[in-house]
Design a protein around this ligand. Structure first.
Ligand code: ZN
Length: 497
């Protein structure tokens, strides 16, 4: 076996272990009875320690060095795999065991404190634990960027979720988006005032919602022979291996749109999973590239496709038929309702327009926390001040403010910007698809999504990790991630309506 083949074999072994762990956690989120939780934790710990040992074994370093020395003999795809394996190996071996252990303990305590603090609306209960997590996260960032001149500590964290992304490059893009949103907000609010949400409320039995969601998921290309949809309180999508993608959703029997848009979102993630090359399973070429690209796939189907007039011209008659109680609600009214803007305290409940303000606020604050210009003790004040200046109303208590998200308790700094990157990329990829696919609008108008899906398969899904997210965006759209695609999409929707 050549060194390269040894890397392929180890990669497959690790991917099988990883997907086995995914089966266990999927089961935990969906069907595991409460009494089984403790044993499940033992199973997960055993698996993850096995995977860690196999992923950090010294022989991998030798195989990599040998492949890197013989780079000329590898084809471009093999070179890309070696580059990504190196990345994974360095990440896995750079952190000292002591630090990994301390981080695990500190984040599990911080998460516990965060739950309690959020419940009691008392930031002070969370503060010391967050300070500890931040200090350790700093140490982690320093280990990750060792020997990488010019990589900032924050970017070392960002790179975990969005390989190659830099805060410096994101700032102007996010600033342009923020200005545009602030400018659009009054017009969007004026339009949204006409939306009469209560006119949509009705009786939508779960079984009928499942039927409708399934029909739409199939129409946009989700393969139910290679995936399924189950019920959870927190919707997610997870790949359990090649040709096995699991989605979850939750149901509100008074409003079918909550599960419907949730499903469209997760189906977008799922299509990415189903579009990865099964023959490359276990190698980087068969893996998803970043959170910002993943989120672009969910947002594109949820928003660019799913909230459009063209989509509902096809699907509203079906919705009326399935639910039998939408006769009194005209499609135009329905469109107003599902596109309405309603600023709120809570990120996860936010509409398409203000969602990005929530992210920009977090992006700015986490950088300040991380570089030390903002003390943890001053976080609630800084949050509330920023929130009021962006949204125009004051935060009433910290659980509606800086205590609402779990991410920082887990040390996941650098994660938030990937949500807005997803929104930006979705708009940009959709524009590129429209430009490159002949008869694009006519296809969508008849409910034919195969051209769009084929384009995404070719330009995004099948690329795996052979390109960095930035290279992928440039190859697919001709440009790096920019603000103006999303800005003109939002403008068309809210300023020119
Ligand atoms: Zn998502």
């Amino acid at each position: 076996m050549s060194e390269y083949e040894k890397l392929v074999a180890r990669g497959r072994e690790l991917a099988v272990l990883g997907s086995t762990a995914s089966v266990l956690s999927w089961d935990q989120e969906t069907y595991l009875p409460p009494a089984g939780v403790a044993f499940r934790a033992e199973q997960m710990a055993e698996l993850s320690s096995l995977a860690h040992t196999r992923a950090t074994a010294p022989e991998i370093g030798e195989w990599l060095a040998s492949c890197e020395g013989a780079n000329g003999k590898l084809d471009p795809l093999q070179r890309a795999n070696v580059r990504e394996w190196r990345r994974d190996y360095d990440k896995a071996t750079r952190l000292p065991n002591r630090l990994v252990k301390e981080l695990t303990e500190a984040t599990s305590l911080a998460r516990e404190r965060w739950v309690a603090a959020r419940q009691e609306r008392d930031f002070e209960q969370f503060r010391p634990a967050l300070e500890k997590v931040l200090a350790l996260t700093h140490e982690k960032a320093d280990c990750l960027r060792e020997g990488k001149d010019g990589l900032s500590a924050y970017d070392a964290l960002l790179d975990e979720y969005e390989p190659g992304a830099e805060a410096e490059a994101l700032r102007p893009v996010f600033a342009e988006l923020r200005d545009a949103i602030v400018e659009l907000l009054p017009a969007a609010l004026a339009i949204s005032e006409q939306a009469q949400v209560n006119r949509l409320r009705g009786d939508y039995p779960q079984a009928k919602q499942e039927e409708f969601n399934r029909a739409a998921a199939m129409a946009i290309g989700f393969d139910f022979d290679a995936g399924r949809i189950d019920t959870t309180t927190h919707p997610f999508c997870t790949g359990l291996g090649p040709r096995d993608v699991r989605l979850t959703t939750r149901y509100d029997e008074r409003d079918f749109t909550s599960s419907f848009f949730g499903v469209l979102h997760e189906v977008g993630h799922g299509l990415y999973g189903q579009g990865l090359r099964a023959d490359a399973f276990g190698t980087p070429a068969g893996e998803d590239v970043s959170l910002g690209i993943h989120e672009s796939q969910s947002r594109l189907w949820e928003n660019q496709v799913g909230r459009s007039e063209a989509f509902w011209r096809v699907w509203y008659p079906t919705a009326r038929e399935v639910f039998g109680n939408l006769e009194g609600l005209e499609m135009d009214e329905f469109l107003l309702i599902v596109n309405r803007v309603e600023p709120s305290y809570i990120r996860v409940e936010a509409d398409e327009l203000t969602y990005n303000l929530h992210i920009i606020l977090r992006f700015e604050l986490e950088q300040a926390l991380f570089d030390g210009s903002l003390a943890v003790a001053d976080l609630p004040g800084a949050w509330n001040e920023k929130f009021e200046s962006m949204f125009g109303f004051a935060v009433d208590h910290d659980s509606n403010g800086c205590l609402q998200d779990v991410h920082w308790s887990l040390g996941a700094l650098g994660y938030f910007p990937t949500y807005t990157l997803g929104n930006l990329n979705a708009a940009q990829l959709f524009d590129a698809a429209r430009e490159q696919i002949e008869g694009f609008d006519a296809q969508l108008a008849t409910g034919d999504y195969s051209g769009l899906l084929a384009w995404l398969r070719e330009n995004v899904h099948e690329k795996g990790r052979t390109l960095s997210p930035d290279e992928l965006m440039r190859a697919a759209t001709g440009r790096p991630t920019e603000a103006h695609h999303l800005v003109s999409y939002l403008r068309q929707k809210y300023a020119e309506a």
